[in-house]
Design a protein. Structure first.
Length: 367
């Protein structure tokens, strides 16, 4: 008897609602056989939900949280579209999409391939980066038109790839233009996160989405570059070369001992002794080299020039000889000159080394 009563009530009362137990569903289309919804059906829209009524492919109405009876007085737009005159006896064919307005958090983004940057200290380097972001549906109608379409069960995974690519593209541009040194990037994570979020928020808006949070969690260098930085740091901590040689020998011995594991105590002691002996010998050789008296460099060769005088090449002449010739009027600033290393003959007055020799008039007496 009860089953028959439930069936009878089901013919008269149509309840339309969506209770979501998943954590990744953004849009759900309410399913009815043939999309037939009875006149007077009860529509329940819960908090953090919005329902969009679509009739024959056209958006007819948007329902905020609450309980609604789908009747002509509540659906003026739909009434105009359908020209209803049969009321209860005539169910209408339509679709109802429920939108989940809660925040979708802890979405991942990251670079698939390393990004090439030019650093002032290290030159061209490659970096990788990853982080998280959070979104929510801001405009259900726009999101339905631009992204969802006719998908009856739309999850965040279906749009996350496109959003991740958008973030990575903007991240590469912003980091490349910022010119922040590699060693200072960690101190600017928060500032760069806010800047990237501000730059790409309008692009999310174009999809009907709101980017609520974007975080940079890590920016890393290739392993070989990180190893070089670690070595450089170790040298700085070691202080001087002698200490660094001893430090490197001890590190090498520690690595050897860890690999062997089963070596005898005598063998370990011998290896350690040999390592320290090698370090001391290298340090002694360097000290001996550093104490060797230095030989002074050779005396620089006097600079000489050749000149074209009476259509003949004269020279080489030293600067003193040139000065004397200038005083006698043999050489002027228009005389062609050449010295070793020059590509061709040039005016003597245009050469920086000879210009001062032509200045014979003292400057005016200051007032």
């Amino acid at each position: 008897m009860m089953g028959f009563f439930d069936k009878l009530m089901g013919e008269f009362i149509d309840v339309i609602e969506w209770t979501d137990s998943s954590s990744d569903t953004m849009v759900y289309r309410f399913e009815r056989y043939g999309n037939e919804i009875k006149y007077g059906a009860k529509l329940t829209v819960r908090e953090t939900q919005v329902a969009v009524f679509v009739n024959e492919g056209e958006i007819a109405d948007v329902f905020m949280p609450g309980i609604y009876a789908l009747e002509t007085q509540n659906l003026p737009v739909l009434t105009t579209l359908q020209h209803w005159d049969h009321a209860f006896e005539s169910p209408f064919k339509a679709e109802i999409y429920f939108f989940n307005l809660r925040h979708f958090i802890d979405l991942k983004w990251g670079t698939k391939n390393p990004l090439m940057l030019r650093d002032k200290e290290f030159g061209p380097v490659r970096i990788r980066s990853f982080g998280t972001y959070a979104i929510r549906i801001d405009d259900p109608v726009l999101f339905l038109k631009e992204i969802v379409g006719t998908d009856g069960y739309f999850t965040v995974d279906e749009v996350s790839d496109q959003l991740r690519n958008l973030i990575v593209s903007r991240f590469a541009t912003i980091v490349g233009q910022a010119g922040i040194p590699i060693l200072d990037l960690a101190a600017n994570y928060e500032q760069m996160s806010g800047f990237i979020e501000e730059r790409i928020a309008p692009e999310f808006k174009a999809y009907g989405l709101e980017l609520t949070t974007l975080l940079i969690e890590n920016i890393s260098l290739p392993p070989n570059v990180e190893a070089a930085l670690d070595k450089r740091t170790s040298m700085g901590l070691a202080g001087n070369l002698d200490d660094y040689l001893r430090y490197s020998a001890a590190e090498a011995l520690n690595g050897t001992g860890a690999k062997e594991g089963s070596s005898s105590a005598a063998g370990e002691a011998m290896s350690m002794g040999l390592g320290f002996a090698m370090a001391q010998q290298m340090a002694a050789n360097l000290d001996a080299h550093n104490t060797t008296p230095l030989t002074p460099p050779p005396i620089p060769k006097a600079q000489t020039y050749h000149f074209v005088i009476d259509n003949h090449a004269k020279g080489p002449l030293t600067l003193e000889q040139i000065k004397t010739a200038i005083g006698e009027g043999v050489i002027t600033d228009d005389t062609l000159a050449w010295r070793e290393g020059m590509n061709g003959w040039e005016r003597a007055g245009s050469l920086d080394t000879l210009t001062a020799l032509f200045i014979t008039t003292p400057p005016p007496i200051p007032s």
